[in-house]
Design a protein around this ligand. Structure first.
Ligand SMILES: Cc1cc2nc3c(=O)[nH]c(=O)nc-3n(C[C@H](O)[C@H](O)[C@H](O)COP(=O)(O)OP(=O)(O)OC[C@H]3O[C@@H](n4cnc5c(N)ncnc54)[C@H](O)[C@@H]3O)c2cc1C
Length: 415
């Protein structure tokens, strides 16, 4: 792999940028791999990366029906934080957050991780109690968060209206090392690292059937032909139910559209991420100056990748009361992604009723932040055949056994 560095940029500048290699290869699929991963989003690619890096398993294909990162990974609002309530969640999200701190060096690709701080506003007494409890739980879990008062909130984000016409700001749960990263770069960086290890990333290749014999997965049928494998991993977010049906089992998830929008670029006015869960909206400012805005999920299951109009109206209304100065801002684009939501708002990482078939799904509205840790945990699962410590609580059988990891409050508005 050609190393990216300041020297490489200088060298290429001198020769008119004619010497850059392609970031990743685009090979035709081979007839057989040790591991086939369906879905070249962040989670699928990070899984492949850690399989190669930690376990030396490199005869791996990542199969993608569109273009890599074209699912939710390239559509999200990039909030990264780890201040979840339950111990298993805090462990996997904090593992991921800590990997984000060094990911650009680890994969030699600048993912623009920006630990600018994330605050979740408390605008009801119920939220104050809930966030204080989370801050205390986080202290025990070794996750650095604190509950801050309204004065500190205003200092950190002067454009916030803390008096609120409906819900005054009573405080916030603040994670100083939370932040954002460039979402496409996370997918591109992992893809480049995987390709350099000899793995095949096969784009424009839809999986249409899961082939099985004797209760075990033996391969997939795709629009580019049959591909055999020893182990199969389904990492397809909003389409998990569709792939599970192909594999012959059902998942306790619902797929819904979640949408986001960005404004025209403006001068820097906000250097933290703010989530206002009671009024239902969140906002940060991108390096280009656009205000990145997210809202809620559609109230009905669908696969539209668009989202419905009334959510835009609700989200913008919520944000105007929180940040009155954005009232005259023009919106540039709006889009949606299909997220897969579980009843307890926690992911599923584990074996499935089909032998040699593993699943990683259910990250719902908040899985971008988890990508490096989720890949780590899923690689453990595939390599060992059973979940390691990070994933042990997230197996599918928790729904049968009633071992829920309830994050419906920590997951908040969305992320
Ligand atoms: C609008 C929006 C805002 C969000 N904001 C945040 C946020 O701020 N912070 C956060 O942490 N999370 C956020 N999320 C959630 C986050 O984006 C997802 O949890 C995460 O990206 C899921 O990654 P993934 O790799 O599992 O899925 P994806 O990136 O969706 O990748 C799955 C891939 O599988 C492919 N696929 C599907 N079916 C097939 C098939 N049959 N054959 C081959 N390939 C197939 C898809 O094309 C897709 O590329 C947001 C999501 C959305 C939609």
């Amino acid at each position: 792999m050609q190393r990216y560095s300041v020297f490489a940029v200088a060298r290429e500048a001198l020769r008119h940028h004619t010497g850059w290699d392609r970031a990743w290869r685009s090979p035709a699929p081979k007839a057989k791999y040790d591991v086939v991963i369906v879905g070249a989003g962040g989670h699928g690619l990070a899984t492949a990366y850690w399989l190669g890096k930690k376990y030396g398993i490199r005869n791996v294909a990542v199969i993608e029906k569109g273009w890599l990162g074209g699912g939710n990974t390239g559509r999200n609002t990039t909030i990264i934080r780890s201040n979840y309530l339950q111990d298993p969640s805090a462990a996997i999200y904090e593992k991921a957050r800590s990997l984000y701190e060094t990911i650009s060096q680890d994969i030699n690709y600048n993912v623009m991780f920006s630990p600018r701080g994330v605050m979740m506003l408390a605008q009801t007494h119920h939220e104050v109690r809930g966030y204080k409890r989370t801050a205390q739980a986080n202290a025990l879990q070794g996750v650095q968060t604190e509950f801050i008062g309204p004065g500190r909130v205003k200092d950190l984000c002067p454009i916030l209206n803390i008096d609120g016409p409906r819900y005054p700001v009573l405080g916030a749960l603040w994670q100083a090392r939370g932040g954002t990263a460039r979402h496409d770069a996370v997918a591109w960086g992992y893809a480049r690292a995987c390709s350099a290890m000899g793995m095949d990333i096969v784009q424009q290749c839809e999986v249409t059937a899961v082939r099985q014999a004797g209760g075990r997965a033996i391969g997939v049928t795709t629009t580019k032909g049959d591909i055999d494998c020893d182990k199969l991993a389904l990492v397809v977010a909003g389409h998990s139910g569709v792939l599970a049906e192909m594999a012959g089992f059902r998942l306790p998830i619902e797929s819904v559209a979640l949408q986001a929008l960005v404004s025209e670029p403006i001068k820097p006015c906000m250097d933290v991420v703010v989530m206002a869960n009671t009024v239902h909206g969140y906002m940060s400012q991108s390096d280009k100056g656009e205000m990145v805005i997210g809202g809620g999920t559609d109230g009905f299951n669908n696969y539209t990748q668009r989202g419905s109009f009334h959510h835009i109206e609700e989200t913008v209304r919520a944000l105007i009361e929180t940040f009155p100065m954005i009232s005259r801002l023009k919106m540039l684009r709006q889009w949606g992604g299909i997220v897969d939501v579980t009843g307890d708002r926690s992911p599923i990482i584990g074996t499935t009723p089909l032998g040699n078939c593993f699943i990683n799904c259910g990250w719902g509205t908040g899985g971008f932040k988890a990508i490096p840790g989720s890949g780590w945990a899923t690689a453990d699962l595939i390599a060992r055949g059973e979940p390691g410590p990070l994933a042990a609580a997230f197996t599918l059988d928790r729904f049968r056994e009633g071992r829920f990891i309830d994050e419906s409050v920590a997951a908040g508005v969305a992320h």
